[in-house]
Each structure stands twice: as structure tokens, then as C-alpha cells.
Design a protein around this ligand. Structure first.
Ligand SMILES: Cc1cc2nc3c(=O)[nH]c(=O)nc-3n(C[C@H](O)[C@H](O)[C@H](O)COP(=O)(O)OP(=O)(O)OC[C@H]3O[C@@H](n4cnc5c(N)ncnc54)[C@H](O)[C@@H]3O)c2cc1C
Length: 218
């Protein structure tokens, strides 16, 4: 990688992999449906209660009965209320450049298209897309008072400006490149920075939480 910011790096060829997260989600959904799972999108659950032989899941306009429940609600408020203090929604942001020209690709080297992360406490992570854009994210970790979560928080111009600045420090040879996409979202940051698992309602509800932004690749 041709960048003035690096003295050295470690290339881990066995312990890491790159995934396309949307393809992963669609693939998992298709695999579930092949096994007979019915997926109900846009159906918020508002609470859980124990029943003699199962769990009652309250929905906005009804109830659903289940033998067992697995919760994967990430940064959203946990349905098992006692878990809420253990995670906070912290917003993380990403920029994506326009496709690099052949000359720009040559100027950054990056011969093997690895996923890259620097090792700062507030770190950047980045990758090339199939059409030779650079996806560049990380560094800022924005918490909104009172565990605030809103769709409007998915965009944050101050963070996008900072990320663009850091990008050009890393790749000054790409001065003038445009960013075509920018987005953000909340990650389920755990007070111990480490995922945790457990059960509730006499073992009928299982949860896994606190991946701290590493849910896809951990
Ligand atoms: C900008 C950004 C960059 C990231 N980069 C990386 C990365 O490089 N590598 C990596 O590994 N991870 C990364 N992450 C983190 C990763 O994307 C997430 O951790 C991961 O997508 C979480 O997956 P999940 O299935 O656990 O949760 P989600 O994808 O958040 O799914 C949780 C689902 O639960 C639903 N839900 C919540 N509460 C309820 C309820 N009460 N009733 C019904 N449904 C409910 C939500 O609607 C949602 O669909 C990034 C995150 C962001 C925001």
C-alpha cells in the first residue's frame, strides 16, 4: 500500500476474510427460508412474557407464541430489559469514493485487494469494492445522550468531513477524488468491548449482544 502514514503492516492471510454484508444477509435469509423459516419484516416486537410452555411475544398489533426465542437486536433496545445497561448505541460512519481510474489504482498499489485496518484506538477500516471504489470508515464513535437513536443520526457531516481529511492524509495522491456515498449507523457497543451471550425466561429466550461493531466478521 502506497501511503505515507504507514511504517509497516501485518498481512493476515488465514485469520481474516472479506464479506459483502448485504450478500451475506440475503444468503442467510434464503438459507433460512429453504429450511421453512417465515421471515416477518417490519414487525416490531414490544415485549416478552413467560407462559407455562413457551414465550409470548407482544407485537404492535397482536401476540405471537413461541417455544423458544432467539434475540439478535444489536444496537436496538434489548427486549430483555435487564440487558439494556450493558450496551450503548454508538454511531459509526463510512465514505465511499468514486471508482478509481487505472492511474489512481496504480498510485495506491494495494496489489492484493486486502481489507485494511490501522491499529489506532480510534481506527480506520477500508477496502476496495468490486468496481474499484475505496470504502473508508471508522475513527469517530458518536454517542447521543440518553442512548439516542434516530434515522437522522445516520448522516453526520462533521464526521464525513473528518473522514475525508483522514483519507487524504492516508492517500494524498488521490487529492480531488469525490465521495459518492456516505452513511452511518449504530453499533451495539458493550461496556466491556466484548460480545456476551445468555438466556432469560427460564432458558426459553437466548440472546447474543455487545459485538461492538464486529458482528459481521467476528
Ligand atoms: C457504518 C458501519 C460500518 C460497519 N463496519 C463493519 C465492519 O467493517 N465489519 C463488521 O464486522 N461490522 C461492521 N459494522 C457492524 C455491523 O454492520 C453490525 O454489527 C451488524 O450488521 C449487526 O448485525 P445484526 O444482525 O446483529 O444486527 P442488525 O443488522 O442491526 O439487525 C438487528 C435487527 O433487529 C431488528 N430489531 C431490533 N429490535 C427489534 C424489535 N424489538 N422487534 C423486531 N425487530 C427488531 C432490527 O430492525 C434489525 O433488523 C459496521 C456498522 C456500521 C453502522
Amino acid at each position: 500500500m502506497n501511503s505515507p502514514t504507514y511504517l509497516a503492516g501485518v498481512w493476515d492471510t488465514r485469520g481474516t476474510a472479506l464479506v459483502q454484508p448485504a450478500a451475506l444477509a440475503w444468503g442467510l435469509a434464503a438459507a433460512c427460508e429453504r429450511l421453512g423459516v417465515r421471515i416477518a419484516e417490519r414487525t416490531p416486537a414490544t415485549g416478552l412474557a413467560a407462559e407455562a410452555d413457551g414465550v409470548r411475544v407482544r407485537l404492535q398489533d397482536g401476540v405471537l407464541r413461541a417455544d423458544r426465542v432467539a434475540l439478535g437486536t444489536s444496537a436496538f433496545p434489548a427486549l430483555v430489559r435487564r440487558l439494556r445497561p450493558y450496551t450503548v448505541p454508538v454511531y459509526d460512519y463510512v465514505l465511499v469514493t468514486e471508482p478509481l481510474s487505472a492511474a489512481e489504482r496504480a498510485a495506491v498499489l494495494w496489489r492484493n485487494r486486502q481489507g485494511v485496518a490501522d491499529s489506532g484506538n480510534q481506527f480506520h477500516y477500508y477496502r476496495l469494492t468490486a468496481d474499484d471504489r475505496i470504502l473508508w470508515g471508522g475513527y469517530d464513535a458518536i454517542y447521543h445522550f440518553g442512548r439516542g437513536q434516530r434515522a437522522a443520526y445516520d448522516q453526520r457531516p462533521a464526521t464525513f468531513a473528518r473522514l475525508a481529511d483522514h483519507f487524504l492524509t492516508t492517500f494524498p495522491q488521490l487529492e480531488g477524488i469525490a465521495f459518492s456515498h456516505r452513511w452511518g449507523g449504530a453499533i451495539d457497543t458493550c461496556s466491556r468491548f466484548c460480545a456476551f451471550f445468555g438466556t432469560a425466561l427460564r432458558g426459553r429466550v437466548a440472546y447474543a449482544l455487545g459485538y461492538t461493531g464486529l458482528d459481521v466478521d467476528s
